[in-house]
Design a protein around this ligand. Structure first.
Ligand code: ATP
Ligand code: MG
Length: 587
């Protein structure tokens, strides 16, 4: 089905969009110019994420402005102004100093979305440490593996997580100098071989002068989602803050009065780049919710907190769709003005649904742990072609490339040709290494490009369309098929909540297209429905692309950041080993 463009008119935005004239902005844009929107450390001592995120606001008119409103899972509400964040992060930086942490040392945190996580991130950057957040739901082995890869010097965690997951690992972590524990309800604890977060920070001074940090100094170690294999540890530098700041402004359309909610956990790069850094550098208010996904809770937060800009992920949007449109009507969501999504392809159905239900379409954008910030986006002023990731932001050169027979890289300038999505290096939040894996890093570059590992097409108007990850693409009877196209077509059927599509080896066709389908509430799996869906997909996609097999399942395996793990569907289908499942959400 051809989806109609969602055309924007002046009535579509409450505030003038930051990126109003795309063509002009692309020509005029320079990263040095974007850098000038930030302060730099006093006295020309370099660039530091925490200074840009907190101190420059705390030292100015935004001192008492609400930076973070924290909503605890048991109904607690805590407010953190820019001034308060400054004091708390100063204390944390002083605590690191006392612990003997040096510039470049890795400071890990394993915790849910609690205020200490946000303070620890900022304090670590102030002190020149490398911040590494881990999903709190990781089991002991993924935790051990990641602490070992980055040689953690300090681990901040909660008393509960320490007992359950960390304590038994200590003998295998000789490099770990300190474990700092956060007690329940921020209360102090007394556990042998650990330090207490509250005592440590309360006794530390509340003023701190950030030592010089250069834009190229390491600031973040972020593990990828592990969707296609073993997670990689991407290193980002302080200079990345330039990209976080400007992409927040251009792609998420941050305005001074916004209340922003990024639903991602900081264990995933989105939850750090846009859950911590970008809203703070832009001086706006963020909502942080400690609790897990729940449709009623989410709509309640949007209403009660008067959220204006909402950044979420396709998996959550699909779950909201599954919960039904009726619930939405119980809430007043008039404050919302801009909706955005990242992490997986956003099915056209979801864009159209959100336009119907919220009166606002979700704006898809594309990026990776490696790119550190948004690269391609549907920005506020832009007409949306549902199913497209949008256009490259100012400062970002994206291309479709193919490998030629002699192994060199060739840019495809014709429209609508499928190839690998590639980016010209040079933006500030570009990763600088995969920790400890120089060969893997080197392999990402060829012909002057960073190769993303994703396949895409560009249409004649410069919109990019995601086809699939290189590893997920299905080869059938001489055709290359992206699972996304098939999944999106199935989702157009009223019975389908979501679908995961793989290539299943076949002696004749090389692979056949197989779909795993989760049904919406009120629909039962049956042979009739299976046949109906096969026919429905064939009408929409044609016989070559449509699935030959459909299997009904209760749920799809996904990563903790919410991505469908097609490699697992495939391994299970073929009875093969499941490979690295450290990021698999419990099913
Ligand atoms: P790994 O690299 O360990 O397999 P991952 O690639 O899922 O995991 P992330 O860096 O979290 O780790 O995710 C980036 C990837 O997510 C992109 O390369 C792309 O495949 C997918 N992605 C992100 N945003 C979009 C989008 N808007 N449309 C389509 N795909 C997207
Ligand atoms: Mg990846």
């Amino acid at each position: 089905m051809a989806w109609q463009t969602i055309a924007k008119s002046i009535r579509d935005w409450a505030l003038p969009p930051n990126l109003a004239d795309y063509g002009r902005a692309r020509v005029a844009f320079a990263w040095e110019g974007a850098r000038k929107e930030l302060d730099g450390l006093p006295g020309g001592q370099g660039l530091n994420i925490a200074h840009e995120a907190v101190d420059r606001h705390a030292n100015g008119p935004l001192r008492d402005h609400l930076a973070i409103r924290w909503l605890g899972k048991n109904g607690e509400v805590e407010d953190y102004s820019y001034g308060r964040l400054q004091t708390l992060s100063n204390q944390f930086a002083n605590a690191l100093q006392q612990l003997g942490v040096n510039k470049g040392d890795r400071v890990y945190i394993l915790a849910g979305r609690i205020p200490e996580l946000y303070v620890a991130a900022l304090g670590t950057w102030k002190h020149g440490g490398v911040f590494c957040p881990l999903f709190s739901a990781f089991g002991p082995e993924p935790i051990r593996a990641r602490l070992t890869i980055g040689h953690a010097k300090v681990l901040i965690t909660t008393e509960v997580l320490y007992d359950r997951k960390v304590k038994a690992l200590l003998p295998s972590l000789p490099f770990l100098d300190h474990v700092v524990l956060i007690g329940s309800n921020h209360q102090a604890t007394n556990v042998p071989n650990t330090k207490d977060y509250l005592r440590l920070t309360e006794n530390a001074g509340d003023s701190y002068t950030i030592p010089p940090t250069a834009p190229e100094d390491a600031a973040l170690l972020h593990f990828t989602s592990g969707t296609t294999g073993t997670p990689k540890g991407a290193i980002h530098v302080h200079g990345a803050v330039i990209a976080h700041h400007i992409t927040g402004k251009l792609a998420l359309d941050f305005h001074q009065q916004d209340v922003f909610w990024c639903t991602a956990d900081p264990g995933w790069v989105t939850g750090t780049s846009y859950g911590i850094i970008a809203p703070l550098t832009n001086g706006i208010t963020s909502v942080v919710d400690e609790a897990d996904f729940d449709p009623e809770r989410w709509y309640g937060i949007l209403q009660s907190q008067k959220v204006s800009v909402w950044y979420s992920a396709p998996t959550a949007i699909r779950m909201l769709m599954k919960a039904g449109s009726e619930i939405v009507r119980k809430y007043n969501l008039d404050s919302l003005r801009f909706l955005s999504s990242v992490g997986e392809p956003l099915n056209p159905e979801a864009v159209v649904w959100s336009k119907e239900v919220f009166g606002l379409p979700f704006h898809d954008n594309w990026w990776q742990t490696e790119t550190g910030g948004i690269m391609i986006a549907n920005f506020a002023s832009m007409d949306i072609r549902p199913g497209s990731m949008g256009r490259p932001l100012p400062g970002i050169e994206a291309a479709i490339v193919q490998k030629t027979e002699d192994g060199s890289i060739q840019e495809i300038s014709d429209p609508d040709i499928q190839g690998e999505l590639a980016l010209r290096p040079g933006w500030p939040s570009m990763f600088r290494a995969y920790w400890g894996e120089p060969e893997r890093y080197k392999k990402c570059f060829a012909g002057g490009y960073y190769l993303t590992g994703d396949l895409a097409k560009r249409d004649r108007d410069g919109y990019f369309w995601f086809v699939g990850r290189k590893d997920d693409v299905i080869k059938t009877s001489g055709h290359l098929i992206g699972p996304f196209e098939v999944e999106s077509a199935l989702m157009e059927h009223k019975a389908v909540a979501e679908a995961g599509v793989i290539g299943k080896p076949d002696p004749m066709a090389l692979e056949i297209v197989k779909a795993f389908v989760v049904l919406r509430k009120g629909y039962e799996a049956s042979e009739n429905l299976r046949r109906e869906l096969l026919g429905f997909a064939r009408t929409r996609l044609g016989a070559v692309v449509a699935p030959k097999e459909i299997e009904f399942v209760k749920s799809l395996p996904r990563t903790r950041s919410g991505k469908i793990m097609r490699r697992l569907l495939k391994a299970r289908e073929l009875g093969l080993p499941e490979g690295d499942t450290s990021t698999l959400e419990s099913e």
